[in-house]
Design a protein around this ligand. Structure first.
Ligand code: MN
Length: 312
């Protein structure tokens, strides 16, 4: 990957030992069924990020000063299963180093590995799944690590909450928990879904954000665009509320399928990522001296190190 630091931030904010945040790019597109190109997502996202203002007006913060370490891309692609295992391993490695771990895909199957790692490391995990598609198939095309199966495992062993759904197979109804599913057609006419969804979350929340949850009018560059999606400010309002009221332990953003003649989707993805970090860390003071601020305590299973903001 050409980019040396995330968003072109100064080296001193990009070193692992000084960074609270780790960004793992996973340029994988092995199982997508319609438009290919999600493997180009991380590069387009990083290029857009470099051209973005790093001061966030709304939170009056410069979250990059908390430190963002950009890892090497996960390029394992011999099979969907081996990719998921590689993502699982690297995600867990950085959670254990007490980092706030974020992943940029790639198609949605990459999230199977990240969710598995977070679920092993945090008790009573809620997975907040924001997507146009239910992604609840147990297997598809002969693999349980297909993009159509992104949250099947999470539906079995986490508190899965699905938001923005407007496309699914009838068979997925047998797996779906309707009480914890917010369909786009209902969300469009009743804004109480945000409070309801948050009420159903446990304290520890992992967010898996498929960009096709957005309306194609604001994010056309994705593999399977579906009409009737989320708009920008309603999405940010919801995310802000989740970050304020819950302990968000990490997140991934997937399914950017860049298009050379349409760059606004890349910028939306870049901005969404930065907004989510800004909401997470808006009350943290920026340390001038990053030495010994992190990595000092081991992370034990079933003990959240992220309860106190300063623990990163
Ligand atoms: Mn989707």
């Amino acid at each position: 990957m050409e980019t040396k630091t995330y968003a072109g931030i100064p080296e001193k904010y990009a070193k692992l030992e000084h960074a609270k945040i780790v960004l793992i790019p996973v340029p994988y597109d092995g199982t997508s069924t319609w438009q290919k190109g999600a493997d180009k997502g991380p590069k387009a996202f990083l290029e857009a990020s470099e051209n973005m203002e790093l001061y966030d007006i709304e939170t009056d913060s410069e979250v990059y000063k908390q430190g963002v370490y950009l890892t090497d891309a996960v390029t394992e692609n011999t099979s969907p299963e081996s990719m998921v295992n590689a993502v699982h391993e690297v995600t867990k490695k950085y959670i254990k180093r007490n980092k706030f771990v974020t992943v940029f895909g790639g198609e949605h199957s990459v999230s199977i590995g990240t969710i598995r790692a977070f679920n092993e490391m945090f008790p009573n995990l809620t997975v907040l799944h924001i997507d146009a598609h239910a992604d609840l198939r147990k297997s598809y095309d002969g693999s349980s690590c297909n993009h159509a199966c992104a949250v099947y495992e999470a539906s079995q062993n986490t508190n899965l909450i699905q938001v923005g759904i407007r496309s699914m197979d009838v068979k997925e109804k047998s797996i779906m928990n309707l009480e914890k599913t917010y369909f786009a057609h209902d969300m469009a006419i009743d804004t109480s879904w945000t409070d309801s969804a948050i009420d159903q979350m446990t304290e520890n929340v992992y967010i898996t954000f498929d960009l096709d949850a957005f309306d194609p009018s604001i994010l056309p560059s994705t593999g399977t665009p579906e009409p009737g999606g989320l708009l920008w400010y309603e999405t940010l309002d919801f995310l802000k509320q989740v970050f304020t009221e819950k302990n968000v332990v990490g997140f991934d953003i997937v399914e950017l399928c860049p298009n050379n003649s349409e760059k606004s989707s890349d910028f939306l993805a870049a901005k969404l990522y930065y907004k989510m970090l800004s909401y997470k860390f808006q009350n943290d003071t920026t340390e001038d001296d990053f030495d010994n601020a992190y990595n000092t305590k081991p992370l034990f299973n079933n003990v959240s190190k992220f309860k106190e903001e300063d623990d990163y």
